[in-house]
Design a binder for this molecule. Structure first.
Ligand SMILES: NC(=O)c1ccc[n+]([C@@H]2O[C@H](COP(=O)([O-])OP(=O)(O)OC[C@H]3O[C@@H](n4cnc5c(N)ncnc54)[C@H](O)[C@@H]3O)[C@@H](O)[C@H]2O)c1
Length: 341
């Protein structure tokens, strides 16, 4: 397992703080919760446990007595009014996370990814405007990529309702910061993967899905030649970036591209999974039309801004991240290898 070091420099800003994580039973939220507990933060988790997303109570099993878990939806106005009240920092990660599903049901996507986030911001404005809020946007907001690496000033040309609503939400965070002074930090995250991720389907976090396929000695299906380049970020690195952003008030109002900063060919990622797990068969098939339509081209995040302003760098390369993830699921497979509900 890859662990983050305990950072003395974060202690002052996190220790004893009231911190809320929405989507806190999912991969990113629960992994962040584990780190915050190490800093003696008082963690409140909010999660609606909606299928087919990554909520899993096992994700917080070993910190269950140290965190407050609320099964509640960010769209619930009455509940949010109460829950935001005493918080110092809010990580607003709750989301409909599937790019492709947003095409089939754009109302549902907008309801959570836009209206749900509006509800959070309005609750904060009315009942606790001093809280700092952090938003997990996506590299998909850039849409079709013309050249890599992609920095924060590249145009946003979202291709799906998921990316559109993340972009609208991002603008809304910027508005609440500019007009109402609510401190916020926005991340546009590349392809993330790692421990505590759902392993039920391939709708997002494809590296995890392939690790499961390999562990079950199944086909790892690659669309096309697999030459497309992606930037894979390990969840622990992402968590450290969020901790640094939360603790640093000089970056309020800033937007950051967050990724490993390294491009990997899709087919090389798949080969690494098969090599590390030692099982699984790679199979190439033509691109399905519904995936080809939303393909964005090669993506590599330019992480020079976050390196400079937060002094953050990823600690794990792709092989180390895949190995750490594989070892986790070897131990805890029974809690994750379910089929889709
Ligand atoms: N996984 C990725 O590759 C990726 C990439 C870029 C950005 N992100 C963003 O990062 C965030 C965290 O994603 P993750 O990878 O941990 O996914 P995840 O599915 O593991 O976690 C998302 C959690 O949000 C919860 N949720 C969904 N709707 C909710 C609602 N209305 N109210 C309360 N909780 C709700 C789900 O139950 C789930 O536990 C999301 O905002 C996602 O859009 C993820």
């Amino acid at each position: 397992m890859i662990n983050l070091p305990y950072r003395k420099d974060l202690e002052h800003d996190l220790s004893g703080k009231q911190i809320m994580i929405t989507g806190g039973l999912g991969m990113l939220g629960s992994t962040l919760a584990h780190e915050l507990v190490r800093y003696n933060a008082k963690v409140t988790i909010v999660d609606a446990c909606i299928e087919p997303y990554g909520a899993n109570i096992f994700n917080v099993q070993d910190i269950r007595t140290l965190v407050d878990v609320n099964v509640v939806d960010i769209r619930d106005r009455e509940a949010m009014k109460f829950l935001v009240k005493d918080k110092d920092i809010i990580f607003n990660f709750a989301a409909q996370v599937s790019h492709n599903d947003s095409i089939n049901d754009p109302f549902f996507d907008a309801d959570i990814n836009y209206i749900g986030h509006l509800n959070m911001l309005e609750s904060i404005r009315k009942y606790n405007p001093r809280a700092k809020i952090l938003f997990s946007g996506s590299r998909l907001q850039f849409g079709q990529i013309e050249k890599t690496p992609v920095n924060e000033t590249c145009p946003l040309r979202p291709k799906t309702p998921y990316a559109l609503n993340k972009t609208a939400a991002e603008n809304m965070y910027a508005y609440y910061y500019a007009v109402h002074g609510i401190p916020c930090v926005i991340f546009r995250i590349s392809n993330s993967y790692g421990i505590r991720c759902q392993m039920k389907h391939s709708k997002y976090s494809i590296v995890n899905y392939f690790i499961r396929q390999a562990m079950e000695d199944k086909d790892l299906v690659v669309f096309g030649d697999g030459e497309q380049i992606r930037d894979y970020i390990y969840v622990m690195d992402l968590v450290e970036a969020f901790l640094l952003a939360a603790a640093n008030n000089k970056v309020n109002g800033e937007t950051f591209n967050v990724g490993s900063g390294v491009g990997s060919k899709f087919k090389d990622m798949v080969k690494s999974v098969v090599d590390i797990v030692g099982k699984g068969k790679i199979k190439h098939v033509p691109w399905p039309e519904n995936y080809l339509n939303v393909e964005t081209g090669n993506y590599i995040a330019d992480i020079s801004k976050i390196r400079k302003l937060l002094n953050w760098s990823p600690r794990s390369n792709l092989s180390e991240g895949i190995r750490g993830t594989y070892e986790y699921y070897q131990r805890y497979k029974e809690y994750y290898f379910k089929d889709m509900a």
